[in-house]
Design a protein around this ligand. Structure first.
Ligand code: GDD
Ligand code: MN
Length: 389
């Protein structure tokens, strides 16, 4: 007889609950998790407490002492010495977990334990690698958040998705499950709050399922989200953004390459401006009114040359200094720079004499306008790159 393995769930589940000052919630959430676990599984819950001043850790110890032994289910607690952040608390729990499937959730009832079976089912039965409890898919929502908090969350989500190229609708969720083995060989830093985001970035190509749920703002205790959390978040996005592509050559998004080269071009331009400005000052010190134009011409010639060398080698990464090619490039660069210089000179003259803006400011304005045109022209004609590539 063919035995169908339908609905049978094998392997151990580890549920990780980070806590900081959750004395009003922790015992109830532990009870609720127990009640909501699917019946036919082996599971462990791991509380990771950061020496909460309100005695959360002690409370759990007391509770465990009086708890009757259960079959197939254990609760344990990890005490860390100090508040070391949500991400690293979760990571600590993952390291200690025995399960092949890991569930991560908050302790303040914002993440309803009723969803746990659905997350486990997505992994165990439908073989997804990651199951994310999601506020931002059909059927999901947020209750009890101010408009400002909602906006901040949406904005951060947008940055994470667009900046890191993630399709998951709620990559900032703190409520998710995953197969432990997807983290094999991975180095998880756990900077900041958002460990799921890091997992999503570092495990591209895995199967992800989103399960809708209603995020309910906490009723007891207070949120630990502060300004540091927000700063850490943007830092971690920046770090993740650079993950796996330390060399500029590996960058594939053309808009990013364009912008990063433009940024270099502007930086070189700024150095040229310093050269230009210093020389101009040297020649205008104490001499007649009209001299600033002449001094500016000398400044421009010197800075064009330094700019050429820096842009060739650094901005466009061209280390080929064969004489003929270099001279021809220099010729074009000078031509475009002269064009830019004409624009710059005209603008400086106009701004100083007609609008009566002070010379240094006029120079800055004029340089900025001329520089962009120069960048585009040089990219295409001098260094023979596609405009956007
Ligand atoms: N061990 C430890 N250490 N736990 C912490 C720490 C810490 O430094 N900081 C926060 N926690 C615990 C809290 O006790 C709670 O159980 C959970 O982490 C979430 O903290 P909250 O302060 O309640 O977070 P929130 O409600 O502002 O943020 C929620 O929304 C995010 C999505 O926008 C959380 O659910 C996040 O997980 C979620 O990503
Ligand atoms: Mn919360």
């Amino acid at each position: 007889m063919l035995i169908r393995n339908k609905d049978k769930i094998n392997g151990q589940i580890s549920i990780i609950i980070p806590t900081y000052n959750e004395s009003q919630n922790i015992i109830n959430i532990l009870k609720s998790i127990k009640e909501n676990l699917p019946k036919n599984i082996i599971a462990q819950t791991i509380v990771v407490d950061d020496n909460s001043p309100d005695g959360t850790g002690k409370l759990v110890e007391e509770y465990l002492k009086n708890l009757k032994k259960m079959t197939g289910y254990t609760i344990e607690i990890i005490h860390r010495k100090a508040k070391d952040g949500l991400g690293s608390a979760i990571l600590k729990g993952i390291q200690q977990a025995k399960g092949d499937t890991i569930v991560v959730m908050d302790s303040d009832f914002s993440h309803p334990p009723q969803i746990i079976p659905k997350l486990i089912e997505s992994i165990k039965k439908y073989q997804f690698d990651i199951a994310v409890a999601s506020r931002y898919i059909n059927g999901g929502k947020i209750q009890g958040w101010s408009l400002k908090r909602k906006f901040m969350s949406k904005f951060a989500t947008l940055i994470a998705k667009k900046g890191l190229g993630i399709d998951t609708k709620d990559p900032m969720s703190g409520f998710f499950a995953f197969k432990r083995n997807i983290l094999k060989e991975l180095n998880i830093d756990a900077i900041g709050y958002k460990i799921l985001l890091e997992i999503l970035v570092k495990t591209k190509g895995v199967n992800i399922k989103e399960v809708p749920y209603t995020f309910q703002d906490r009723e007891l205790g207070s949120s630990k989200l502060g300004i540091k959390t927000i700063v850490d978040f943007y830092k971690s996005v920046w770090k993740l953004y650079r993950y796996g592509k330390p060399l500029e050559k590996q960058e594939k998004r053309s808009s990013v390459k364009f912008l990063s080269k433009a940024a270099r071009f502007y930086t070189v331009g700024a150095s040229g401006f310093v050269v230009n400005y210093v020389i101009s000052l040297l020649f205008t010190g104490g001499i007649s009114e009209m001299w600033y134009l002449h001094a500016n011409v000398i400044g421009i010639i010197v800075s064009i040359t330094t700019n050429f060398i820096l842009n060739k080698t650094w901005t466009f990464g061209d280390r080929d200094f064969k004489l003929k090619k270099t001279i021809s490039q220099y010729g074009k660069f000078v031509m475009f720079s002269s064009l830019g210089a004409l624009v710059q000179l005209g603008m400086v003259y106009f701004l100083v004499d007609n609008v009566e803006i002070v010379y240094p400011l006029a120079l800055i304005l004029a340089v900025m306008v001329a520089a962009f045109g120069n960048f585009v022209l040089n990219k295409k004609w001098t260094f023979k790159e596609k405009l956007v590539n």
